[in-house]
Write a protein that binds this ligand. Sequence first.
Ligand code: ADP
Length: 247
Amino acid sequence: PNATDFLLAVEDLTVSFDGFKAVDNLSFYVDENELRVIIGPNGAGKTTVLDLICGRTRATAGSIRFRGRELTALREYEIVRAGVGRKFQNPSIYEDLTVFENLEISFPRGRSVFGALAFKRDAEVIERVEAVAESIFLADQLNRRAELLSHGQKQWLEIGMLLIQQPDLLMLDEPVAGMSVAERVKTAELLHRICADRAVLVIEHDMKFVEDIAHKVTVLHQGKRLSEGPMHAVKTDPKVIEVYLGH
Ligand code: ADP
């Protein structure tokens, strides 16, 4: 494949920790508006792949191109500015602030993130905060302190804090962990809507949820790509069955 034809092109990516290859010569390609899910057993290297893409971990070898631009030499904040948003497993929201304020301080304003509250609430910010709150099912919770939200609502709020920055690629690590069935259904709906405007890369263990959301699945095993394709093809791949049932 030609790397510049894709939104994200990961090629021959490798990272070694004291000689142990957590990610081993991995290549995969993500299209615009694609919802890709990475699955694989514990220790397969899924989280490390997201860490490499967002610049938290440095690659030992290989390349990560985003809109044709090489990311492997950039710092984390430069990768955020290039349009890559990452949500970690535990929500990092400001518990003492309201939903509105959490979204407002996430609005991109150059460098002064912590000066943001002192800024005037201009119409553009309010408009975007309200639109995002609506999409994450929190329109009627704007004045609620974040600590009072349910676990699922906190996860949505953190997704909202990323959406307000309008990333071109949103990466989520187990977005439905700990959520109720009803919240999972709404999260699937949210992710479908999100990828109308951008690509989404998700790590997920809940196979029912993967079936509901994935356009394509990449299966990792021991840092390598074991299989890839639509879920119906991947789940009947003998290599995948062996890895999942053999452990
Ligand atoms: P997954 O997310 O698929 O469960 P991880 O990416 O967390 O897998 O980990 C892959 C492997 O790399 C594991 O064996 C883990 O112990 C190892 N690993 C991850 N990060 C580090 C690190 N910073 N130092 C040493 N080993 C690491």
